[in-house]
Design a protein. Sequence first.
Length: 203
Amino acid sequence: MHDLAGKKIIRILVPRGDDPPYALDDNKVYVRSEAETGLAVRDEIVELVIRGSSLGQKETEVKKPVKTAPAPSMEPAPHLPAETENPPRTGVEVVSVEERSGTRYFTLRDLRNGNVVKNVTKTSARRLWHYAISAYLQLPADISSVAIQWQRDIGLLGTQKQGSSVRYDMVQRTAGGYRWYFGVTDDGIHGPWRALVGQEDEA
């Protein structure tokens, strides 16, 4: 129990379960990301199954050691070329898009943890993902027609205010092409990105 501005606040800690994924409402699997809860997409469900299998495997090894093949891992985020700046630390990167049977499937990277999730559609995307996909789809084929504020190879596409918080849409030129970052918050800004958005360098 905590006191905040004269009000009683109860803090409830819910530990991770040992046997994910958990399904509710006719076998729907949900995931929690900070203050947002949404339906899990395929890659997230696979990751939960792998994590659950790994936990179960550890318990089995304690009871009776057996030789087992290591669980497959999720696809790691590729390393950036040495000559480029590191991306922001929050927000979503739209990595690629592929159209199959009239539906666009996106590969997205969560910049907070580097996790890459494939086969995300605009319909299945959660709030920030949906925003990133929508903003990406609004980009014209000719990028030179977009008013981008460039500083060397990093650029600011736009700024959105949501109450007291600010989110940035950004772009980066690399040897392999453009990288697009959407919904970046102030705590994800570092290095040269700070000067780009008008913040002072960190001490």
